[in-house]
Design a protein around this ligand. Structure first.
Ligand code: SAM
Length: 244
C-alpha cells in the first residue's frame, strides 16, 4: 500500500505494518468472556453514541440497527427501548446470555437456517442476537440495515480479515444507512492489540470508494486501560459512513 497520512499529518504506513500479522483466535475471545477479561465493555454505554444519536438516527423511527461484534453492549437496550429493531452478532454465547440477564430480558433460542450458531431472541421480539461468526453472517439472513454501530468491532477484527469485514459491512448497509464507526489511534509499537490501530488512511482505504466519510470527533481516550498497556496517547475517533 502506498504511504499515506492520517489526519494528524503523520505517515502511518510503517506503523500499520506492525500489527499486520497479529491474529486473535475465536477461542481467545471466548476465553476472554469465560475469564471475565472484558475491559472493553462499557457499563455506562458509549458517550459518543449518546452524543451523536441524532446523526445516527437521522430523524428516522422504527429503524433496523446492526451491532456487529456486539459483546453485551448496553447500547442495544437503549435503541430497542427507543422503538428500533436491534440485531447483534457475537461469537460468545455467554456474552449474549449475560446481556439478556443483565438487562432483565427473557429470550428464546432457535437455529439459524444455513449457518452454524444460534439466534437468541428477546421475548419482546425487538432484539435478535446472532451467536455466530460475523464471517458467517450476511444480509441473506436479516436483510440490510438502516444504521450500524461499529464500536470495538472493526478494531477487534484481525488486520488480515479487515478487507473481508469491511466488504461485509458495506453489504449490510441499506442506501440510507448511517454507520457510526469508532476506531483508535495509538503507538502500535507499544501495544499489539486488540484494539488494533486503525488510522484514518485505513478507514479511507476500506470504505472510501463506496462511502462518504465524515470524521465527527477525535476524543482523548487515554484512560487507565490504555495507560496499563504502556501507551502515552490514545485517541478514539468517530466516523460517519454513508453510502455514496
Ligand atoms: C472488543 S469486543 C467489543 C464488544 C462490543 N462491540 C463493545 O463495544 O463492548 C469484540 C467482540 O467481538 C467478538 N468477536 C470476535 N471475533 C468475532 C467474530 N469472528 N464473530 C463475531 N464476534 C466476534 C468478541 O467475542 C468480543 O465480544
Amino acid at each position: 500500500m502506498e504511504s499515506s497520512s492520517d489526519t494528524f499529518g503523520k505517515d502511518d504506513s510503517a506503523d500499520a505494518k506492525l500489527q499486520e500479522s497479529r491474529v486473535v483466535t475465536e477461542e481467545e475471545w471466548l476465553q476472554k468472556w469465560e475469564t471475565n477479561n472484558i475491559g472493553f465493555h462499557n457499563e455506562q454505554g458509549h458517550p459518543l453514541l449518546k452524543k451523536y444519536m441524532d446523526i445516527f438516527l437521522d430523524g428516522r423511527s422504527g429503524l433496523k440497527i446492526c451491532f456487529p461484534l456486539c459483546g453485551k453492549t448496553i447500547e442495544m437496550k437503549w435503541l430497542a427501548d427507543m422503538g428500533h429493531q436491534v440485531v447483534g452478532v457475537e461469537i460468545s454465547e455467554s456474552a449474549l446470555k449475560d446481556f439478556f440477564t443483565e438487562q432483565k430480558l427473557s429470550f428464546s433460542e432457535e437455529a439459524i437456517p444455513g449457518i452454524p450458531g444460534k439466534l437468541l431472541k428477546s421475548t419482546t421480539g425487538n432484539i435478535s442476537l446472532y451467536c455466530c461468526s460475523i464471517f458467517d453472517f450476511s444480509s441473506a439472513i436479516t436483510g440490510k440495515f438502516d444504521a450500524i454501530w461499529d464500536r470495538g468491532s472493526l478494531v477487534a477484527v484481525n488486520p488480515c480479515d479487515r478487507k473481508r469485514y469491511s466488504q461485509l459491512i458495506l453489504s449490510l448497509m441499506d442506501s440510507r444507512c448511517h454507520c457510526l464507526l469508532a476506531t483508535c489511534l495509538y503507538d502500535p509499537s507499544k501495544h499489539k492489540g486488540p484494539p488494533f490501530y486503525v488510522p484514518d488512511s485505513e478507514v479511507k482505504h476500506l470504505f472510501g470508494k463506496s462511502c462518504d466519510i465524515t470524521c465527527l470527533e477525535k476524543v482523548d481516550g487515554l484512560a487507565e486501560r490504555p495507560k496499563k498497556w504502556g501507551l502515552d496517547y490514545f485517541w478514539e475517533v468517530l466516523y460517519l459512513l454513508v453510502l455514496k
